[in-house]
Design a protein around this ligand. Sequence first.
Ligand SMILES: *[C@@H]1O[C@H](CO)[C@@H](O)[C@H](O)[C@H]1NC(C)=O
Ligand SMILES: *[C@@H]1O[C@H](CO)[C@@H](O)[C@H](O)[C@H]1NC(C)=O
Ligand SMILES: *[C@@H]1O[C@H](CO)[C@@H](O)[C@H](O)[C@H]1NC(C)=O
Length: 355
Amino acid sequence: MSSSSPTVYSISLLLSLALIFIFAPEILPSQNPFSSPHDDLDDLALFNKALRSVHGDGRGGHRRLRISRLATKNPTPKIAFLFLTNSNLTFAPLWDLFFRGHSHLYNIYVHADPFSAVEIPSPFESHLIPSKRTERASPTLIAAERRLLARAILDDPFNLYFALVSQHCIPIHSFPFFYRSLLGDNPIRAFGSQPRHRSFIEILSDDPNLPERYAARGENAMMPEVPFDEFRVGSQFFVLAKRHALLVLSDRKLWRKFRLQCLNLDSCYPEEHYFPTLLSMADPKGCSKFTLTNVNWTGSWDGHPYTYEAPEISVGLIRRLRQSNSSYPYIFARKFSPDCLPPLMDIADDVIFRD
Ligand SMILES: *[C@@H]1O[C@H](CO)[C@@H](O)[C@H](O)[C@H]1NC(C)=O
Ligand SMILES: *[C@@H]1O[C@H](CO)[C@@H](O)[C@H](O)[C@H]1NC(C)=O
Ligand SMILES: *[C@@H]1O[C@H](CO)[C@@H](O)[C@H](O)[C@H]1NC(C)=O
């Protein structure tokens, strides 16, 4: 009896492995060259740690601690700026001006692809988080954005909003303007109104490319978790309220689908679908469906929006970029070529940061 036990164990182990291979091909890492099982486990541990830091460990310990900290330490709500980059942060000097004098009201987190030669200027370098490879047409950008959210949640319980930007984004309003429009002037009210904070992310259901993009992983690959009529597209760059950041970190169901490698790489933009679809399924009323980042898709090419060049930078351009059809103006804009930095710096104080 005892001598046969190891054999029984080995056989059942082999059987369960075989079952895993047969019934759950989507959890197999070999399908996706950029996402190893180790990566996913790492990330999962990070996300769980971030969620526990807010919701506690089931015994309410952390939660009580946070509430007492809130009560005693004269808390100030903050905005977390999440920089996602795979090239030089060319506009860092402009962002420096944007942030100057407001250090108690924001935090910065930078995810920089370790596989590309990226120059991160010193004020930003100290905000680098442990980063992994990012590639277009793969789920790696979603993973990087979730990592940024988790690090920001863990780092500072007073981060109430999370603004994702890239190396090609610039601010087109002042920091106080942005801060006030999200959080108002009264810190206590800002904490208290969290259940009503809205996220700013574009959510569209009528894009002509949706059917093709829905089928990018195979005809029925997204079922049953994501039926076609729940599939959305929107802006990659968002400003999320904290409860939505937590929702993103707790999601397993949609990620199991969106992490699958696309078969059709021409229709593969996972990060433009994952966040809008998840938020629209979970809390459509809590989202403005409008992005605060102005992107010019006129004459776009190969999935890239129009890129402004130095001679186009003017007072008139900044004013045009702010205008929107929503009740909110645009706060950020992209994309700008690196040679735009000098003319943007020239009009920073008199135009860009004058609201
Ligand atoms: C990034 O910055 C470094 C150092 O300033 C420079 O050598 C390099 O060419 C830059 N890369 C790009 C893509 O601009
Ligand atoms: C958007 O890009 C087009 C070129 O594709 C340009 O003509 C237009 O002026 C741009 N829009 C704005 C608001 O700058
Ligand atoms: C606002 O909407 C109108 C009509 O749809 C459109 O022509 C115009 O370009 C939009 N303006 C902006 C700034 O989006």
